[in-house]
Design a protein around this ligand. Sequence first.
Ligand SMILES: Cc1cc2nc3c(=O)[nH]c(=O)nc-3n(C[C@H](O)[C@H](O)[C@H](O)COP(=O)(O)OP(=O)(O)OC[C@H]3O[C@@H](n4cnc5c(N)ncnc54)[C@H](O)[C@@H]3O)c2cc1C
Ligand code: FES
Ligand code: FES
Length: 1370
Amino acid sequence: MSERVIEQEEAMKSKTCLVFAINGERFELELSSIDPSTTLIDFLRNKTPFKSVKLGCGEGGCGASCVVLLSKYDPLLEKVDDFTISSCLTLLCSIDGCSITTSEGLGNSRVGFHAVHERIAGFHATQCGFCTPGMSVSMFSALLNADKSHPPSSGCSNITAAEAEKAVAGNLCRCTGYRPLVDACKSFASDVDIEDLGFNSFCKKGDNKDDVLGRLPCYDHTSSQVCTFPEFLKNEIKIDMSLDPRKYRWSSPVSVSELQGLLEVGNGMSVKLVAGNTSTGYYKEEKEKKYERFIDIRRIPELTVVRRDEEGVELGAAVTISKAIEALREKENGSMLAKIANHMEKIANRFVRNTGTIGGNIMMAQRKQFPSDLTTILLAARATVKIMTNSSGQEQFTLEEFLQQPPLETNSVLLSLEIPSWRPVKTKNGSASDSHLLFETYRAAPRPFGNALPFLNAAFSAEVSLSEELNGTVLHDCLLAFGAYGTKHAHRATKVEEFLTGKVISDEVLIEAIGLLKDEIVPDKGTSNSGYRSSLAVTFLFEFFGSLTQTNAKTTNGLLNGGCKENGESLKPEAMLSSAQQIVENQEHTPVGKGIVKAGARLQASGEAVYVDDIPAPKDCLYGAFIYSTLPVARIKGITFKQNKVPEGVLGILTYRDIPEGGINVGSKVFFGADLLFAEEITLCAGQIIAFLVADSQKHADIAANQVVIDYDTEGLDSPILSVEDAVEKSSFFDIPPPLRGKPVGDIAKGMSEAEYKILGSKISFGSQYFFYMEPQTALAPQTALAVPDEDNCMVVYSSSQMPEAVHRTVALCLGVPENNVRVITRRVGGGFGGKVTKSIPVATACALAASKMQRPVRIYVNRKTDMITTAGRHPMKITYSVGFKSNGKITALDLEVLLEAGISEDVSPLMVSGIQGALMKYDFGALAFNVKVCKTNTVSRTAVRAPGDVQGTYIAEAIIEKVASYLSLDVDEIRKVNLHTYESLKLFHNVKAGEAPEYTLPLIWDKLAENSEFNQRRKVVEEFNASNMWRKRGISRVPAVYGVSMRSTPGRVSILSDGSIAVEVQGIEIGQGLWTKVKQMAAFTLGLIQCGTTSDELLEKIRVIQSDTLSMVQGGVTGGSTTSEMSCDAVRICCDGLVERLLPIKTTLMEQTGGPVTWDNLISQAYKQSINMAVSTLYLPDSSTGGYINYGVAASEVEVNVLTGETTVLRTDIIYDCGKSLNPAVDLGQIEGAFVQGLGFFMLEEYLMNSDGLVVTDSTWTYKIPTVDTIPRQFNVEILNSGHHKNRVLSSKASGEPPLLLAASVHCAARAAVKEAKKQVSTWCSNQQEIDLTFDLPVPATMPVVKEYCGLDVVEKYLEWKIQQRKNI
Ligand SMILES: Cc1cc2nc3c(=O)[nH]c(=O)nc-3n(C[C@H](O)[C@H](O)[C@H](O)COP(=O)(O)OP(=O)(O)OC[C@H]3O[C@@H](n4cnc5c(N)ncnc54)[C@H](O)[C@@H]3O)c2cc1C
Ligand code: FES
Ligand code: FES
């Protein structure tokens, strides 16, 4: 070490502890006791009581509930800086001297909830609640920062509605569909009229504005409720002490020379430079590496410098992306720096940008070829970088040179980057300066606001001038940078640059440049969507230079208008979100029918609601991780660890050999058969669980599982069946029990013979969809009583399950113990969507097995990757159909064959048939022949995902209708109408489920929706729009949905306690669907019939729904199929009726005795005195003759497709959904919107892909993209139809959990219509118009690459060639 550094270090006062605050509480940790790789979330969840912070992905990609507020104090400026961070990526040591606020720190049930919590609850913006604490913190941070610069007017925040919309832009929620979350946040904005926001509990009918404002939970920005930075910490950090860098594995140097010294000392050691540490979200293996030393570079002033002068802008490498955006943002939005800032706003999400640094980003790109946005845009801005190396000291390079160099050594440091001010080439060359700089940046990504890596990004700078002499725009100099498209680094298209330099921009020049570009911007072999990516490069070049080919290119403020703005069209519709809801609150059975706030909503917002992983770890708890197969069919010869070294903390690996005597190797046993818990000698599919590794912490278990090496051997084994075609070839099918096979309708031969036209052997296919519950699979087996001699062999399991009864049964079978020795407890589930029915069972069973074997409590929190690989999802399908129809589009016969990829075991696959057929039969197909084959393949078993089979069935019907319409060149909406059922045909197709004639509300809704949404008028507007816009095309589509549901038996128990409070027990699980809320309402209504002077609200307050316990109540069944809430309500109603029956005589006697009214408390105390049984339990049984019914809904969606990029924006969706008499319209509205948005994901965004071995490869938030706030309909109007009396429904209510998901098909159909318009236009540019097929099927999901491909990857070239030809013709 140099003497200078030693001196400096000696001079420094050193400290030995980290000091920070969490929710105002002081924490002091001995540095020597901390593993520097500990993340903040690890610490919060394992060492503090603050459990609101939850792990959704560990990648920075979900923001679920890991988002916390970090506050830093600057003692010189006496200023606190507050911003959100992702605690899953932030290292604990890096928060030294900072203060952390979690959602429970904003407010909680003990000190009072914060206005953010109250408004989230009041706007019905939480369902499963797993994401809600993160949403709360993100909203709070947005308000806090908006109100810092100047005090807002009373009761409001300075935040604008537009900012409020972006406040939760990076946070994922799988339940709500985001609209209510945005409304909750917008309710704080001063530029919003509260009456324009969505349905909420603050606005009451007939209220004036002041009433509403008076009811809104008070927001006072000066309120002392939340102190983000406590005084004691301010005083402590004023005493300027640093860590002694020599002593600890973590050091925070405060100067470049100190850093250099540390790197010299560390030479030969494994050293990690740390800035924001967000790169570990992408390079997850980094979290597992053992570094000898971590050096935090964020306290070095040279690395955090921001300097701006006439030479340019210098940014230190440790400047965060958020700070860089602030520094670059200028008043004038069109400047180069402002454009760079705008682009940077789309990098990652706010909480990653707040800690992620520009240096970190550049180093990820330079060292590891990360597909960076920053390097591309900085390349075009001719940025330079300053590097410090051990050998050569400090050096400066252009970014281009730097990117091309070999990866920078680990002991070298990027110090800063500089963006030079623009100097015109012409001036440099001595000519007069009449030239202008054009600068634009581009990115095409599935999410407009960011949080998605781009398929390609680009940035171009060009110096141009107008030349009257040459009659055009002359290009003097240009730099064209492209990146993230599947090459090592961002690249310049130098050949194109050379070609263009000195030229007048014309169509001819442009098409030649495009030819060169296509040779230059070529994704590496194996890159996904490579054709699409190349086409984007052409698109962006065209957008940049397109308008310059016109001789009237104008300058604005010294800048020429770049981009392709034909007829003044802007390429991005950026309307704000808006919505309207029409809801009827039924008074008849109040409080049933009222849109009351969801039970536990505030607790969910504050993060106090307890999920399985929030239960404190019992003493001596062990942790598990799954080891799964990566090959489909292979012999397992051995399981070892890399380098034959047992990783830290490992206590054992359990395989099928560890199943106890008398037990069975069973992972789930439901409906149709059993699935193995562990692979035996030969694996059956990639993703199959082979073993359960047990370690002393979850971190150690996960790290160790990644170190496992499986020795496989495939010799002599059959080749795997990996497709439905393979399965057909090998006749590999599961049997479908006859009652489930689906019934033909009518006479298919007759139907076909009546047809005037036929389409034969047409094909449709679907991929899968992953559940993406925010809470991954988790279980805890905390108790084993084996060790207690006088106890039996007992096991308690806490499971996040939609089917605890099956967990119970399977655990007993696996352990070989009687069922009464097992108890499964489930309080709430952080999102299920079907994924926690069968797929939760092996998780709990493996835990129970390990607990039994190790005689210690065992828990598992399955990491997102393993969850995505081992749970599979929806059934992929291939459909072949033949359809016959008349010239008016009336279908007379449909013959359908469906090949369903079931995976390795049946799971619930045979049940899919009824789903597919039920939803398909929304139209009267005349006659229907239906043949489903459930293919057994060597892939993980597929299971029921929200609307299983139905979503595919509905789409198959639409694809057929679209095909018929295209074939006949008729209006598709007319064809839909022609084929809608009459009540008679409905009965023919759906039998008893059709119910009574008045219950068939679909025709009514169909017409009502057209009227409400001005569907026909808007169709004309869409036509006009398409006629006058070349690169944006719109489509509008109205789609019906028919969804049959069934009722099943379910138990319930209601007990009234001696103080009059009421405990309700149901085996339906609260998974976010509002089951507890509806159940409470039902109990309050029924018990209210006693009329004891207690209002329904008072009764509601007395009711508590308690967690499900499989020993307390048996025959729980499954929570799924959309009807569990209703069934549970009816079970509770029956129990309450029983109690009412017992209590009424007592009331009568009491009234006679006292001559006055009887209070509830008196009544109950009297009942207790008389030893009346105050608990009633029941098993609700549906009426077997009418056990099912049909739900109806219609949606109309309008979309806009960007023909150049393939981006689809949903401009507007209108829905009418028949909820019967809704039990709780607020809850049902949430279900409708949330399901629709999940369906939007299925139809437009989500690709759940496997490799050639059947192993899931889209296994993270990086590759699997669920909808975010920026992808939902910009205008979202929902009406809940309050249809009449349904005698067989629970208080006339209908289901809402799954059916509305089907309505998202309207978005896909509208996209198809828009693509058709694009194709029509492109066909006018082709000499051979036959080339364009307008009867195409648009694949599902219609992602950006798909839409672009169907519009035409070469639309730009075709257009330019056509234009050139047109001119020649003249
Ligand atoms: C969810 C998510 C989404 C993202 N999306 C995008 C996106 O759309 N576009 C995009 O461009 N980027 C994206 N990123 C990348 C993001 O910009 C980077 O993670 C971030 O900028 C890295 O900065 P950091 O300070 O956290 O780096 P760290 O993680 O601290 O460091 C990154 C690496 O660089 C090294 N290092 C850091 N600073 C220096 C230095 N000064 N000198 C030498 N080595 C150094 C570290 O040792 C480490 O190896 C995304 C990241 C996440 C987590
Ligand atoms: S858990 Fe941190 S972002 Fe997903
Ligand atoms: S409420 Fe957002 S994920 Fe469930």
